[in-house]
Design a binder for this molecule. Structure first.
Ligand SMILES: [Zn+2]
Length: 422
């Protein structure tokens, strides 16, 4: 059953709200709204007003999340949490983060206008920090909800020497109540986030919406290739052990292997050449290799194949190669019951969708420690994000809002039990 069309222009209304929120930005191109900064502080009354229109009671928690609770959630019923982040990157777009705050609030408001109610208790959380731009920490808000936030991050400083604790006090948050932010998993049904795709998959397939299956795992390596320096004029070409020529062959090899491997993407994004002189054969090159996959086994298999390929090239060219992995974060899977609930809601609204994985991290990475997570992706123009030209259409905004309305009226604890543990 499709919801009645009385709530017209939801797309237009959502776009207007996102424009309104985008005003709370540092000067410059696009949107720059840093965690617990002046623009964040000035945005809060606007979000609170949207929450009240949605029938939620807003509250600023100890770490700068603005949390809206419906009366049933206030009474202690287990709630579905929807939300996303309020902060942006430097000169980012209007939609990364704010879409996932504004859309569920408008969906709740539209249901109210139609005299309908969500089938479960609901909270909408506008997380303070996801991007990790200002302070040396990230996912502060969602980690606090999940109970995995190390209180030491409050002492982390921004470039100007201000601690996160001081910035939060300026925002109006009472950091002495940090422990209260942690949620009881028994009182949470799940976490659903709407986000722009930040990639081109949906646009290429002509789809407005996609249902996320997993958030990517990430690993980063440092690869050092050593050869032999020598005078660039007097050393014959034959027999040179040029580390940069070897590293270049490795870059091409990694690219061609990554193109063949399924469910794995990667990049060599940084390269340092030593001694780095115009007339000396390079003796050493150090480069980074980052791999991302939602599937830990494929990531491991891909890593082995790639490193073996690179090592083969080193041998061929008589170069030394050492590698070290200096970062690894596991990906997390979305819950099948939430994937199916989102797909069902798309179907009810006559919106074709596809499953896809997220190559970027999101608040769900932290929320996964607390509860089941689900994500709905919305098509963005040219797959562009973290950029002032980030764009979505009003039609897609409307489609997404209607799907969230459907999800809200069809969500029940029973649905979790039936689909989830079936
Ligand atoms: Zn985001």
């Amino acid at each position: 059953m499709t919801l009645s069309r009385s709530a017209d222009d939801l797309g237009r209304r959502l776009m207007e709200r996102l424009d309104e929120a985008a005003v709370y930005s540092l000067p410059g191109q696009g949107v720059t709204r840093l965690f617990a900064g002046e623009e964040h502080r000035r945005l809060l009354p606007l979000l609170s007003s949207w929450m009240r229109l949605a029938g939620l009671e807003p509250e600023l928690d100890a770490v700068g999340n603005l949390v809206g609770r419906c009366p049933r959630a206030l009474a202690g019923e287990p709630a579905l949490i929807l939300g996303s982040h309020q902060d942006s990157v430097i000169e980012g777009g209007k939609y990364d983060g704010m879409l996932g705050v504004a859309m569920p609030l408008l969906a709740l408001e539209a249901l109210r206008e139609q005299g309908r109610e969500p089938s479960c208790a609901v909270q909408v959380v506008a997380f303070g920090d996801e991007e990790g731009v200002r302070f040396p920490s990230t996912l502060v808000g969602s980690r606090a909800l999940a109970g995995t936030l190390d209180p030491k991050v409050l002492e982390g400083e921004d470039k100007g020497g201000k601690t996160l604790r001081e910035a939060l006090a300026y925002l109006g948050a009472d950091t002495s109540r940090l422990a209260e932010v942690r949620r009881d998993p028994e009182r949470v049904l799940g976490y659903v986030e709407v986000h722009i795709e930040q990639g081109p998959v949906l646009e290429n397939e002509g789809l407005a919406l996609g249902v996320v299956t997993a958030l990517t795992g990430i690993e980063r390596h440092r690869v050092k290739v050593s050869g032999k320096a020598g005078h660039a004029g007097t050393t014959p070409m034959e027999g040179r052990r040029d580390a940069l020529v070897g590293a270049s062959a490795m870059v091409l090899e990694a690219d061609s292997l990554l193109r063949r491997l399924d469910s794995l993407v990667g990049v060599i994004g940084q390269l340092t050449v030593r001694p780095g002189a115009v007339n000396v054969i390079p003796s050493e090159v150090e480069f980074t290799l980052e791999l991302r996959s939602p599937d830990p086994e494929r990531r491991l298999a891909g890593r082995r194949e790639l490193l073996a390929g690179l090592s083969g090239i080193a041998k061929e060219r008589r170069l030394e190669m050492t590698t070290c992995m200096d970062y690894e974060a596991e990906g997390v899977a979305c819950a099948e019951w939430l994937i199916q609930a989102l797909e069902q809601a798309c179907k009810e609204e006559g919106q074709p969708s596809r499953r896809l994985f997220s190559g970027a991290g999101h608040d769900g990475l932290a929320m996964h420690a607390l509860t089941d997570i689900g994500m709905l992706f919305l098509r963005c123009r040219d797959g562009l994000s973290h950029h002032p030209d980030e764009a979505i259409t009003a039609e897609d905004a409307e489609a997404g809002t209607r799907v969230i309305m459907q999800l809200l009226i069809s969500m029940t604890t029973a649905c979790r039990k039936e689909i989830g543990e079936g």
